[in-house]
Design a protein around this ligand. Structure first.
Ligand code: NIG
Ligand code: FE
Length: 425
């Protein structure tokens, strides 16, 4: 028996993000494909029709659909969060307090805190508790409208513990309902046992870890933290080139703490995405704009570190770069699962318009994960992933901050979050 169709009708505003198959650039970034009194008809895990309620109700499947009226809701594609470090054992609230007292993020890292303190705890943590914590956060992601997220390894930094992280991520993905896209970040920082012989760690990464991850099909992407205090440009190039040989797609953390040339490297290697970009210069902006690499901006990390060095979003957009937004959810620099909060920061701090920010967190996020054929917009044939906010205008999504107004989240046609409990989950 095919499942009963599901119709969401009379949406106050329906943001379809339909159109262009290419990443959104320049003025196209703000084209939301807005329909007033819109409707989405779904069957199983797919969207069957999108349009005005009048038009969609004429569809032959609409008559026998379960109907839900959304007069007070703004409906849009589920957020695609293309940069997270979902799996970690504990917060770093102690370092947060140290930073408030004046210590720098890099200073704390040099003293063995930062990423390495999370690595120490993760290596000791048992799978069950790690998985349980991630499950809890995944629930929170869904509550804030996210339906797909990328998740990185990178807090294990040994063959065994990196595989352990990626295997947990695979289990969480299979268990659902959220969809996870895994990234191998063995090149996050050099682990303590290799402190005096970083080249040996690089060798381990290239000769053993990357091939092992690829052979098990545990990660679609390989990432490197290419920055001061992490990996240098030449090292990043070696790691990424090895990953490409093993069939992985590439992404890169670049130009967050210092300008190292990582953005240019990402362009040269045709990386899918290059993330952070707080320290780029005008020539970098031109190179990024001329490339197919998505520029993923992470204002949550700038905010949480108490800095003001936001990435130059306006200059990137105006030069023609394809900009995406993500949370960078992690215990050190961006402990938030809230894409609406990221939209608020993007608008207020980086002067993106609400429409640009929404497209950057949906369709361009889907491009940043090579999933735009299925995700990121509401169009017939795509996966039925959407979220709904109880607001009167889409601009209020970033306008209100620090309050969660996401009322409904649907993943593959199933309600996974219902704040009003109109549905039994
Ligand atoms: O994206 N910069 C590298 N990775 C993270 C921080 C990870 C951590 O501090 O635990 C980031 O900001
Ligand atoms: Fe990150």
């Amino acid at each position: 028996m095919p499942t009963r169709p599901f119709l969401i009708a009379h949406c106050r505003q329906l943001l379809t993000l339909r159109g262009s198959r290419r990443p959104r650039r320049r003025r196209q970034l703000a084209a939301l494909g807005l329909i007033r009194d819109g409707a989405v008809l779904m069957q199983g895990d797919r969207i069957v029709a999108v349009g005005t309620t009048r038009a969609v109700e004429r569809h032959p499947l609409a008559r026998r659909a379960n109907k839900f009226t959304a007069r007070d809701l703004i409906v849009l594609p589920g957020f695609v969060d293309s940069h997270t470090h979902l799996l970690f054992p504990a917060s770093r609230a102690d370092e947060y307090e140290q930073r408030i007292a004046g210590l720098g993020y890099e200073q704390i890292a040099r003293r063995g805190g930062g990423i390495l303190s999370t690595v120490r705890k993760l290596r000791r943590a048992d799978n069950q508790s790690l998985q349980q914590q991630a499950r809890r956060w995944l629930g929170e992601f869904a509550t804030h409208g996210t339906t797909t997220l990328e998740a990185k390894s990178g807090y294990g930094l040994s063959l065994g513990s990196e595989l352990k992280m990626l295997e947990i991520l695979r289990r969480l993905h299979r268990e659902g309902p959220l969809e996870l896209v895994a990234t191998f970040l063995g090149a996050h920082v050099v682990p303590p046992e290799y402190k005096r012989k970083p080249d040996a760690y690089l060798d381990l990464l290239i000769r053993r870890m990357i091939p092992a991850v690829a052979a098990r099909g545990l990660a679609e992407f390989c990432d490197v933290f290419c920055d001061r205090g992490a990996f240098m440009l030449t090292q990043a190039r070696l790691v990424l080139t090895a990953a490409r040989v093993c069939g992985m797609e590439l992404r890169l953390h670049a130009e967050q703490l210092a300008r190292t040339g990582g953005a240019r490297l990402a362009v040269q290697l045709h990386a899918t995405s290059v993330d952070h970009l707080e320290r780029i210069n005008r020539a970098d902006i031109r190179a990024l704009a001329a490339s197919d690499t998505i520029c993923t901006l992470l204002p949550g990390a700038v905010f949480h570190l108490g800095k003001s060095s936001y990435a130059p979003a306006r200059a990137l957009i105006e030069a023609g770069a394809a900009v995406a937004l993500a949370t960078d959810f992690n215990p050190g620099t961006s402990p938030t699962v809230s894409m609406p909060m990221i939209l608020s920061l993007a608008c207020t701090q980086m002067r993106m318009t609400p429409a640009e920010a929404i497209a950057a967190a949906t369709i361009n996020g889907a491009h940043a994960l090579r999933r735009a054929d299925l995700l990121g917009s509401l169009e017939a044939g795509k996966q039925a992933d959407l979220c709904a906010f109880e607001l009167s205008d889409y601009r209020e999504i970033p306008y209100y901050f620090g309050v969660n107004l996401c009322r409904l989240t649907i993943k593959r046609g199933q309600v996974i979050h219902d704040a009003s409990k109109r549905f039994q989950i």
